[in-house]
Design a protein around this ligand. Structure first.
Ligand SMILES: [Zn+2]
Length: 332
């Protein structure tokens, strides 16, 4: 999600409804306060949200957050729609397609083209790249306008619903992908359990999410572009994401922390917007050069990029599990 400047809208009473949650990875409620993060991306909710780290397992999350219904309403709001409609600049649009192509290439390292489900598929851009490579595609997306875009590209293969209500059969996909979706969902462990059960034995789950332990997150702190409260509810590291996928039933094949040039631009934009960084305009001019250097450094696997990408295999069919979304969403 891209933080952008926008007018502050008056908040409604429903937008103020909040809930307090425990750790989604280990169920403990023993958090260390890390930061108070202001809702200053759209200002829809107002106020600040406490980012905590679970003392028991290390998962970072917003302990106090809008209720699920308040979030659903917020995603459907005019304010959010306007921010999504804002046209991306040509550079980021080109990078978007390059990234989709790179993701297809990476996915095909682990599984041959077959039937794929992209959860939160947006306008179907990634699925279009897969379809061009011989994949049969399906998607879920909650935003009605993006579903229209996706159907224009792909035909009627996108279900306008959250994953848990999509009604897909267990083991029906060769691959399920969640690109920058997990940080938005209220119960990521349940989402991962469901996603893994939709993969056939030997098939692959792919996940990408912001990396709270990245060099960029540490360098920018409160201005890090991945820190978007309360839209991002969870802040994973390679360790916490790997453990959650394992707990959800996946066999982790690979974890990486790729460099994302555009994420760095966003962090500078974040800093500028918050007026907390000096000389940002000058630094911004240097970013294209810094970006090239970072691109070279990306070849070094020790570099910790701003997102975590994970590939996991569905190890086996689990017998005796109830079919249907209600059974699939059972908590541990
Ligand atoms: Zn925990």
């Amino acid at each position: 999600m891209t933080p952008r400047e926008g007018p502050e809208n008056p908040t409604t009473a429903a937008a103020h409804e909040r809930e307090i949650v425990g750790c989604n990875l280990c169920s403990a409620d023993d958090p260390d306060h890390v930061l108070s993060v202001a809702d200053d991306w759209l200002g829809h909710f107002g106020g600040t949200f406490p980012l905590v780290r679970c003392r028991a397992c290390g998962l970072c999350y917003l302990r106090e957050r809008p209720t699920s219904q308040a979030l659903v309403n917020a995603y459907a709001s005019e304010q959010m729609q306007r921010s999504i409609d804002h046209r991306a600049d040509p550079l980021s649009e080109r990078l978007f397609w390059v990234r989709a192509w790179l993701r297809r290439r990476e996915l095909e390292r682990w599984v041959r083209p077959g039937y794929v489900l992209d959860v939160g598929c947006g306008g179907g851009e990634f699925l279009a790249v897969l379809a061009a490579g011989g994949w049969e595609v399906a998607g879920t997306e909650v935003d009605g306008r993006r579903v229209v875009d996706a159907e224009r590209r792909l035909g009627p293969v996108v279900r306008r619903t959250p994953l848990e209500r999509a009604g897909f059969s267990e083991g029906s996909f060769d691959a399920v992908t969640l690109w920058h979706v997990l940080e938005h969902v209220p119960d990521p462990l349940a989402t991962l359990k469901l996603a893994i059960r939709l993969v056939r034995p030997g098939g692959v789950l792919a996940v990408a999410t912001p990396n709270v332990e990245s060099l960029e997150a540490r360098a920018f702190g409160i201005n890090w572009s991945g820190l978007v409260a309360p839209w991002h509810l969870y802040y994973f590291s390679p360790d916490t994401l790997g453990r959650m996928v394992h707990l959800a039933g996946g066999e982790v094949l690979a974890l990486s922390e790729p460099i994302a040039y555009y994420s760095l631009l966003q962090s500078f934009a974040h800093a500028r917007r918050r007026r907390q960084a000096r000389g940002v305009a000058a630094v911004r001019l240097a970013v294209p050069f810094v970006g090239r250097i970072l691109g070279l450094l990306a070849l070094d696997r020790r570099w910790r990029g701003p997102s975590v990408t994970l590939y996991a295999r569905q190890p086996a069919t689990k017998k005796g599990l109830p079919h249907g979304a209600a059974g699939l969403l059972e908590r541990r």
